[in-house]
Design a protein around this ligand. Structure first.
Ligand SMILES: NC(=O)c1ccc[n+]([C@@H]2O[C@H](COP(=O)([O-])OP(=O)(O)OC[C@H]3O[C@@H](n4cnc5c(N)ncnc54)[C@H](O)[C@@H]3O)[C@@H](O)[C@H]2O)c1
Length: 324
């Protein structure tokens, strides 16, 4: 269980793209703690220097400020790298509906550049962030790889195209690629601010400040909220997965199902707040229910998530209390 026992060769070099973001900075942190060399590539368009400044003086850490839309930047960053953990992308379904062209550039072209750079530089494994949004309007639960529906946003389309390119790079060029379909990740350093912030950190911050959060829709939507430590585990284990499992995409979640209104009520309870939420309109492109079947990742990656939603939310709240 977890990633404590995951070990790589002593001199292993990791490149984390989007390393100054929420998930990327957590990957950098764990890899440095484990003693490996880490390169962080980020253009700081959405990530923050404050997410990575604590690594700045670490002898095994290098920060590269650069844009994955530039192939030369990607080639330089991949030079001498064993494992790529590609997280850089623009997130948010609603924002992608407003700016589809930008999403095409960053999420598709940027990922293609990274795949090409990894191929040219003989990287051992290319692990990349996909998303549960690729399931689109497929109504059946739990969501299962191979049973995808019609896409509902440009963001989802970019992730689907990334998966197809990665599969092709495995088939045509023998690059070992592993797509991780994250389901609503949460935890330390996730940004609570801005119009496109994820719901959990936003609610926690608003409640801590005695503000009234807005729930989009009736609150009866459900999600498979996944604590960051489980996502780190999935990334590390995918780096050690056999080549026979390459070219595939895997659900990365806890395998649970939480209703937003219940989550809201338990946040209020834990934080000792008695604040009624505002109920706003549903968001375009959102799916009503999401819950993952994680059997494939368990069987082929050895993924065995150890952090339940309840444990994760307690840890996240503690972090926000100390760091906001
Ligand atoms: N957080 C979630 O719940 C979730 C769910 C599904 C998928 N994902 C995916 O996981 C990955 C990481 O998500 P996150 O939540 O950490 O987001 P984040 O925004 O915190 O991190 C993304 C990072 O990528 C960087 N970036 C963006 N465009 C770039 C570019 N052109 N060149 C270099 N760097 C660039 C940003 O500055 C940022 O630091 C993304 O690919 C996202 O689509 C996240």
């Amino acid at each position: 269980m977890g990633y404590n026992d995951v070990v790589f060769e002593k001199d292993s070099v990791f490149l984390v793209t989007g390393g100054a973001g929420f998930i990327g900075s957590n990957l950098c942190q764990v890899l440095l703690e484990k003693g490996y060399e880490v390169r962080c590539l980020d253009d700081l368009s959405n990530g923050k220097e404050s997410n990575v400044e604590m690594f700045q003086d670490h002898p095994n850490y290098t920060f590269i400020k650069g844009d994955i839309r530039d192939l030369d930047v990607c080639l330089d960053a991949c030079d001498g790298v064993d494992y790529v953990l590609h997280q850089a992308a623009w997130g948010s379904v609603p924002r992608s509906i407003e700016m589809p062209l930008l999403y095409e550039d960053i999420n598709i072209r940027g990922t293609l550049n990274m795949l090409e750079a990894a191929r040219q530089k003989d990287v051992k494994k290319f692990v990349y962030a996909s998303s549960s949004s690729v399931y689109g309007d497929e109504p059946n639960l739990p969501k299962q790889e191979g049973r995808e529906g019609n896409l509902l946003s440009p963001y989802a389309l970019t992730k689907r195209v990334d998966e197809e390119y990665a599969k092709l790079y495995t088939k045509l060029y023998g690059l070992d690629t592993y797509g991780l379909r994250y389901f609503n990740v949460f935890g330390r350093r996730q940004d609570p601010d801005g119009a496109y912030a994820a719901v959990l950190p936003k609610f926690i911050k608003q409640l801590l400040n005695d503000e009234r959060p807005t729930i989009n829709g009736d609150g009866k939507q459900s999600r498979d909220f996944t604590y960051i430590e489980n996502v780190v585990e999935a990334n590390l284990k995918a780096c050690l997965a056999p080549s026979e499992s390459a070219g595939e995409a895997f659900n990365i979640a806890y395998g649970g199902r939480e209703y937003l209104i219940d989550v809201y009520r338990s946040l209020c309870k834990v934080l000792g707040k008695d604040i009624e939420p505002i109920f706003g309109p549903e968001r375009k492109g959102d799916i009503k229910h999401s819950n993952a079947d994680i059997t494939k990742a368990k069987q082929l990656l050895g993924y065995d998530p150890s952090w339940s939603f309840a444990e994760g939310i307690d840890a996240a709240i503690e972090w926000y209390k100390e760091n906001l």
